[in-house]
Design a protein around this ligand. Structure first.
Ligand code: NAP
Length: 216
């Protein structure tokens, strides 16, 4: 079945990797919802870039009339500048867009969450991720896929000191690390998203550890 796909977090490591992996005619329509133009997608006219102001989410309603919404949107507490702002970006924006998409008939939501996500965690970051997961379960999607990757690997424009050091240490030792904690390349996460679009089960599915590394 051909489907329409919309992506939020389109400029990020996962969002862009996923969008770049889509070939012409694969889906009925693809919309990258973004704050700024994505030059690397300019040669792909089959991906529509919807450049939007994220302070007015309601205006995105027409973009969110889609079969599948993929969310790879997020920030860091450091970039956000405060816990409140982080909560607004990592929790409130995805949840509000999910609700609008559902109202517009979207039945499949795919969330790139995080390892350790837990609404009751003592760690603020993990708690926010968990709270978003819990809130999304109440929206009523036919399919809700929650991906919980550990550290993401791949080329990103902005360098993150902690991640760089982590990668250096963890990459050669990766075979010793339990699946749940293994760094994972963005291309593997993108492949998982594609597999879930073409045939995921109904209900809520959580993908972590070894299951996340499998294409189906
Ligand atoms: N990085 C990791 O190692 C890691 C590990 C586990 C889970 N995760 C989670 O996985 C998801 C994807 O991660 P990633 O590394 O691919 O993300 P990323 O490269 O940091 O990209 C984040 C995306 O979110 C968008 N965004 C950030 N703040 C926004 C705002 N205020 N309004 C609208 N859009 C905003 C960015 O758009 P702009 O380009 O316009 O800023 C970008 O498209 C995130 O939720 C992240 O928390 C990451």
């Amino acid at each position: 079945m051909t489907q329409t796909i919309a992506v939020i977090g389109s400029t990020g490591l996962i969002g862009l990797q996923f969008l770049n992996s889509i070939s012409k005619g694969e889906y009925e329509g693809v919309t990258a919802i973004t704050r700024r133009e994505i030059p690397s997608l300019s040669g792909k006219p089959y991906i529509h870039q919807a450049i939007r102001d994220f302070s007015d989410l309601e205006k995105m309603r027409p973009d969110l009339k889609t079969d599948v919404l993929v969310c790879a949107l997020g920030t860091t507490i450091k970039t956000a500048g405060s816990q409140e702002r982080f909560f607004e970006i990592d929790h409130n924006i995805p949840l509000a867009l999910a609700k609008i998409a559902h109202e517009e008939g979207c039945q499949t939501f795919i969330l790139v969450s995080s390892m350790g996500a837990n609404a009751h965690s003592k760690i603020f970051y993990s708690r926010v991720k968990g709270q978003l997961e819990t809130a999304l379960e109440k929206v009523g999607f036919e399919q809700l896929h929650i991906l919980r990757p550990s550290m993401l690997l791949g080329e990103r424009q902005e360098s993150r000191g902690g991640e760089f050091i982590g990668k250096l240490i963890m990459k050669p030792l990766s075979f010793l690390i339990p699946w749940q904690y293994k760094p994972i390349h963005a291309s593997i996460v993108a492949a998982k998203i594609r597999a879930l679009i073409s045939g995921g089960d109904s209900g809520t599915s959580i993908w972590s550890g070894r299951e996340l590394f499998k294409k189906n």
